[in-house]
Design a binder for this molecule. Structure first.
Ligand SMILES: [Zn+2]
Ligand SMILES: [Zn+2]
Length: 357
């Protein structure tokens, strides 16, 4: 009796599976149609609680990494959308997380190392075409931002022409193409206010990424919540100063131990110049333990390690990366991955963690 029941169950599953296989094309079309409409009519900003949200659109470094794209942090302040650094996966990851690049209100660059700007062209394009924007997006940065913006505007000028000709100025206004560079000056003793409206303040402060000058970090305040983004830096007293009182510190982190492993590998392979390069880059970054010390000193409750270098392709390497951090930092520590989101609702102390891929 039991055997007969099992046989019928098996035959039923087989029938359903083979029918689904035979009709896979129309079924897929039906499913795709539903998802497309749902996706295009969704308004993720309206679904979020009022507050500050930090979404990781790139948690990696210039090194090729399967899990992490180039540095990019999306900060949602109320209904405003700001992007800090535009690494190579920025536009794709923003889209993958369900946010509309066409709604970006401003872009902020920490410095002009290639890994922080190599996704800018694509992000500017997506921002323009996804919402038929008639105004270019402001790109804020220290001295040098104009050069970067001019370069991308020139590189994309032919593409701009193609698209306006193809779609017409009503569908794609030529006036909305690209970016408007907004250069700000820095002060030694305090952060500079670079953006402000009713509930939002964005401040920039210098960090130590010598020989790269200028290099900055940012503090974003929305109502009673705040986040500090370190940018690329060695341990910086300015980051520590600004992080005091903040809810979250997003800090770059490089494992010196793992970098030594790469350096030794390059030496063993007789690639001496590559080995020297691996050695050089350790002198203008911060180790996870140093970032943890800064977070502890600043009494910040949540540390999100970002700009992760080198890549951590094996789970055990995350343990190596974090070695010693729990001895110095008593708050919550997270190693960022693309798609991670931290939500800080206004008027509360809570920090909610989610993942949007
Ligand atoms: Zn850098
Ligand atoms: Zn970098």
């Amino acid at each position: 009796m039991r055997n007969r029941k099992l046989t019928w169950t098996f035959l039923f599953i087989l029938l359903v599976a083979s029918t689904a296989y035979v009709f896979r094309a129309p079924l897929s079309l039906w499913a795709a149609q539903r998802v497309i409409v749902q996706r295009m009519s969704s308004h993720p900003l309206k679904d979020l609680p009022d507050g500050l949200h930090i979404a990781v659109c790139g948690a990696g470094s210039p090194m090729p990494d399967e899990q992490r794209g180039g540095p990019c942090t999306l900060v949602i302040a109320g209904q405003q959308l700001f992007v800090f650094d535009t690494g190579n996966t920025s536009a794709r990851n923003i889209n993958k997380m369900g946010f509309n690049a066409g709604l970006i209100d401003g872009i902020f660059l920490t410095h002009f190392h290639s890994d922080h700007i190599d996704g800018l062209g694509e992000l500017l394009l997506q921002r323009w075409v996804s919402n038929s924007n008639a105004q270019p997006v402001p790109v804020h940065g220290p001295e040098g931002v104009q050069t970067v913006v001019n370069g991308f505007m020139q590189a994309y000028s032919l593409d701009r022409g193609y698209r306006v000709t193809h779609h017409g100025d009503t569908v794609l206004p030529g006036s909305g193409f690209g970016a408007l560079a907004k250069t700000f000056a820095l002060q030694d003793d305090k952060a500079t206010l670079v953006f402000q409206n009713a509930d939002t303040q964005i401040l920039a402060f210098s960090v130590s990424h010598a020989p790269i000058h200028p290099a900055v970090g940012y503090k974003i305040i929305y109502k009673d919540r705040s986040v500090v983004i370190s940018g690329d830096t060695t341990p910086s007293a300015h980051v520590q100063r600004e992080a005091r009182g903040a809810d979250v510190l997003v800090h770059e982190a490089m494992s010196m131990e793992l970098m030594k492993l790469l350096q030794a590998g390059a030496q063993a392979a007789q690639r001496h110049k590559l080995a020297q390069l691996m050695k050089d880059i350790t002198n203008y970054h911060t180790s996870p333990v140093q970032a943890a010390e800064i977070a502890q000193q600043a009494q910040v409750p949540y540390l999100l390690l970002h700009h992760i270098a080198p890549p951590l392709p094996l789970p055990g390497l995350v343990d190596v990366f974090l070695k010693g951090t729990s001895d110095v930092f008593k708050g919550t520590l997270q190693v960022a991955q693309d798609g991670d989101v931290l939500s800080l609702p206004a008027g509360q102390k809570v920090i909610l963690k989610s993942h949007r891929f």
